[in-house]
Write a protein that binds this ligand. Structure first.
Ligand code: BGC
Length: 769
């Protein structure tokens, strides 16, 4: 574990600069507003090791697929969210020497992410090669109040002597993605201009034709007094900026305010986009940094007021959960149904900013319970809009009759992933999409969603499962062959328990929903039946036949569900047999060795028990937990949270706590040694779940709300807020009691540890625990 950052309840703090850790810190200190994001790269030039990253939601490029051996059915491209023009750049030089932290002596350095306010700041002092000491103080944010704005305050002081100080704020479109398959340049310039105050660069993506306008301007101050500059204008291919200089006096603070408006053609007319960006940035600069910052802070305060989790007595745990919540809201705010949640959000290039099953299985319940109903609905509608493509995707693979296979990785509905063992085999992803619909209906009671959209998706998914199974003569059962379960450390397995379970459940749930929609909205149902040529009698009968006869691998001796057929043929070992220096195994072992080992990457059987735990007694869950947890390396960030929840559900609070810290601090402590690639955004929702569904034991059963609270020994109390059926509840738990405050306008019924109470609007009830 790497405790590089200070423990603080509202901040992440890095004291001292470690160039080796710079890429990791650039990820951890990223800022975003759900529509754009920026790694914690320096404003001034940095020639050391860095991954420059500035990302704009929804703007992608179809990067041509590269594989060793092409197989039919592979997608042509991987859609990637692009590294976009650098809008944060401010070159600084002192007596003609560039300020560059890789080329000077660092006397002090502090980087700070303020999660309450959503700002990133640095304070550092360096001695340049020319002997001049320089003190720098910077703050920046991308506005949560206006998602097209960013602002930077960059102050420089020369404490010991005067010198010529020059600044060059600029926009630079000469950027690339590190993971571009063929080293392609993704952006073309479509417009550029520079005048005395403003710089404008309008760029358009090749192939996809998205246009983004970057307009910036600046103000320059000596202490508190504005200085009017006569800048040198820079305008060259994909680059626009200004330089100005001053004879700086010792001990005086010089500050550049840089404002940027970033407008995309997704939200603005292309023919006016440059003009609109320029107007917007001028309005921003006339408001000034402090006013913009106030509005941004207020927007964050509103988010925290409705979603903060407070943990008393354990600052490391507190810091962890706030970091997770903060990053989730920096990634997705739910106001645009075209957008989704990439596993790395806007913090790195890995996973291409695309949508994975992570959204439905992990992120969805977080937004469902913390945000207004339209947010979760937008996430569901995203998949609904992609249904046609999912049907096409299944057709490409040989399925028919409207069967849908959603992609493993997508931005626009098309499959982007090209490893056969995942693209063709990790089909369990379809199940999570069905489960999210179920979750939504249970939590919100919004059955109109089912009638208008959800049932259509469910039928398409069940049609897929019906065609994906086959009848095994030796077993006299239906089987699902050649799949990859959530555990990607094994491929092409037969009868993965989790996949079979979620396929079984989807057909079952679809059948129930057909009954419900048919009676509640017969006209809509009739219309759907005609539109998708649904043969109710025959298709339901086929599903029922499979539901009654699907094979589930099981080991009688141990009385556990088997992850897949043949799993026990593997040499059985537990994770404590792996040498610590060989962890994580995916960075040390050959893929062949990993595939042959019994080690499990992430919750697999346990993922199924997490979704469908209600069907099993606690003893069954314990037996499976005790067998699988010691074999699980948790090398997917998605794993510890599920195990933590299941440990809580079986009353193993210490284990649940250990796994909670692992998920909550995964990135802050770089536990999987890969944070330099970006943060694990989707697993952060799992962290939230491990408190709310784990320790607090929250569940919704037959549309009723239950909690069954536990509290880790180290905690004095914890509290969280959830939304349930349009009500907002604040739940606080300490060692002896649970307190439920109804913050909404309607009476709410809740069952706490077996005791059911109705709480009227505005009231609080206490429950002994
Ligand atoms: C996990 C997948 C996940 C992906 C993106 C992989 O390491 O095994 O389950 O979808 O990361 O988070």
């Amino acid at each position: 574990m790497d405790r590089s950052y200070k423990i603080d309840e509202w901040k992440i703090i890095e004291e001292g600069f470690n160039p080796e850790k710079n890429r990791a810190s650039e990820s951890v200190f990223s800022i975003g507003n759900g529509h754009m994001g920026q790694r914690a790269n320096f404003e001034e030039r940095y020639s050391g090791n860095s991954l420059r990253g500035s990302y704009i939601a929804g703007i992608y490029y179809p990067d041509k697929t590269r594989v060793g051996w092409w197989k039919n059915g592979y997608p042509e491209y991987f859609a990637k969210v692009l590294n976009s023009p650098n809008w944060i750049g401010i070159d600084v030089s002192i007596d003609d020497e560039q300020l560059d932290l890789a080329r000077c002596e660092i006397l002090s350095f502090r980087r700070e992410l303020n999660m309450k306010e959503g700002t990133l700041s640095r304070v550092f002092s360096v001695k340049m090669k020319n002997g001049i000491t320089v003190e720098v103080n910077t703050t920046r944010f991308v506005s949560l109040d206006d998602h097209e704005l960013g602002a930077i305050k960059y102050s420089v002081k020369l404490p010991d002597q005067g010198a010529r100080l020059s600044f060059t704020p600029f926009i630079d479109g000469n950027v690339v993605n590190e993971d571009a398959n063929f080293g392609e340049i993704f952006w073309n310039e479509s417009n550029r201009s520079t005048d005395n105050g403003n710089a404008l660069l309008v760029t358009t993506t090749r192939k996809t034709n998205f246009t983004v306008a970057f307009a910036s301007n600046y103000a320059f101050y000596r202490n508190k007094k504005e200085i009017i500059t006569e800048p040198v204008l820079h305008s060259r291919e994909k680059y626009a900026g200004h330089s100005f200089e001053i004879e700086a006096r010792a001990g005086v603070q010089y500050t550049v305010y840089k404002y940027a408006a970033i407008l995309s053609s997704e939200n603005n007319p292309v023919n006016k986009i440059g003009h609109l960006a320029t107007i917007k940035v001028q309005e921003a600069s006339s408001k000034g940094f402090d006013e913009l910052l106030d509005a941004h802070r207020d927007a964050w305060q509103k988010k925290w007021d409705e979603s903060d989790i407070v943990i008393k007595g354990d600052p490391a745990a507190q810091q962890g959960i706030r970091f997770n919540i903060f990053q989730l809201y920096q990634t997705y705010t739910g106001d645009d149904k075209r957008l989704n949640i990439g596993p790395k959000g806007f913090t790195g290039e890995k996973y291409g900013g695309s949508t994975y099953w992570d959204t439905e299985a992990f992120a969805f319940p977080f937004y469902l319970m913390t945000s207004d109903l339209h947010v979760a609905r937008n996430l569901l509608l995203y998949r609904y809009r992609h249904l046609g493509k999912a049907i096409e995707n299944a057709e490409k693979l040989g399925f028919n009759n409207g069967a849908a296979l959603y992609p493993m990785v997508t931005i626009n509905g098309e499959e982007c992933h090209n490893e056969w063992e995942i693209t063709f085999e990790e089909i369990h992803r379809n199940g999570a999409i069905a489960y999210a619909i179920y979750n939504y209906i249970e939590h919100t009671g919004d059955s109109s969603y089912l009638e208008d959209y959800g049932l259509e998706v469910l039928i398409a998914l069940s049609r897929f499962w019906r065609q994906r199974v086959n009848f095994s003569e030796p077993k006299l059962r239906y089987v699902i062959l050649g799949v990859t379960g959530p555990n990607e450390y094994e491929n092409n397995v037969n009868n993965n328990w989790y996949t079979n379970k979620i396929a079984w459940w989807t057909m079952q749930y679809t059948t129930e929903c057909i009954g419900a929609v048919k009676s509640a909205a017969p006209a809509k149902y009739k219309d759907l039946v005609e539109r998708i040529e649904f043969d109710e009698k025959i298709e339901i009968a086929e599903w029922k036949e499979i539901i009654n006869n699907l094979y589930f691998p099981y080991d009688e001796d141990r009385d556990i569900f088997l992850q897949q057929e043949g799993y026990l043929d593997k040499l059985q070992q537990t994770v404590d047999n792996i040498k610590p220096e060989e962890r994580p195994i995916n960075q040390h072992w050959s893929w062949d060795r990993i595939l042959r080992s019994c080690f499990i990457k992430q919750a697999d059987v346990l993922q199924g028990l997490y979704f469908f735990g209600e069907e099993y007694d606690t003893e069954t869950i314990k037996r499976n937990f005790d067998f699988y947890e010691p074999r699980t390396v948790h090398e997917s960030s998605l794993s510890p949270s599920i195990y933590s929840i299941m440990a809580s559900r079986t009353g193993r609070i210490d284990k649940a706590y250990e796994l909670y810290l692992r998920t909550a601090r995964l990135d802050i402590d770089d536990i999987n040694k890969e944070v330099k690639e970006g943060l694990h955004i989707t697993s952060m929702a799992g962290t939230w779940l491990s408190i709310v569904e784990g320790f607090a034991g929250l569940k919704v059963k037959h549309q009723k709300l239950y909690i069954n609270p536990l509290i880790p020994e180290a905690w004095e109390m914890y509290s969280f807020m959830i939304r349930f059926r349009n009500n907002l509840l604040k739940i606080s738990i300490n060692k002896t009691k649970a307190e439920v405050e109804n913050l909404s306008g309607k009476r709410v019924c809740i069952n706490v540890g077996g005791e059911e109470k109705k709480i009227s609007a505005g009231n609080t009830e206490f429950f002994k625990i």
